[in-house]
Design a protein. Sequence first.
Length: 144
Amino acid sequence: MAVELKAIYRAVDPAAAEAALAAFEASPWGRRYPAIGPGWRRAWAEVVPFHAFPQQVRRMLYTANAIAALNATLRRALRARGHFPTDGEARCATGSSTAPNAPKLPCLVLNRTGRAWKMPPREWAMAKAQFAVLFGRRFTRAMA
């Protein structure tokens, strides 16, 4: 289903996005989940301005959801661990005064995930160039 929905926000212009939405509604996924198409149509006024940006900027906007990525990482780690038989097993073993009662597994996941955030998303260089063209001095001042 996500592949067919991606065609909407990856479309080159609003007309192509409208055609992709109509194709989704006619697809087996659109018939299986009939509320999705009308939901997109109700929010269409918010979708159309998105297509005014160049492809590099749009890709950066729809792929750089750091909070969703962090939540997915935490959920995946907690699901793999299962349950904690006692409260003590869920607590940090470091005994640091800053977070003596913080859960151990989320602490470890956050520390490991934090290392990956040192590099910007690979789309950022192209998006940054497009932002500089679109917004000129406003963007360069904000980056300073």
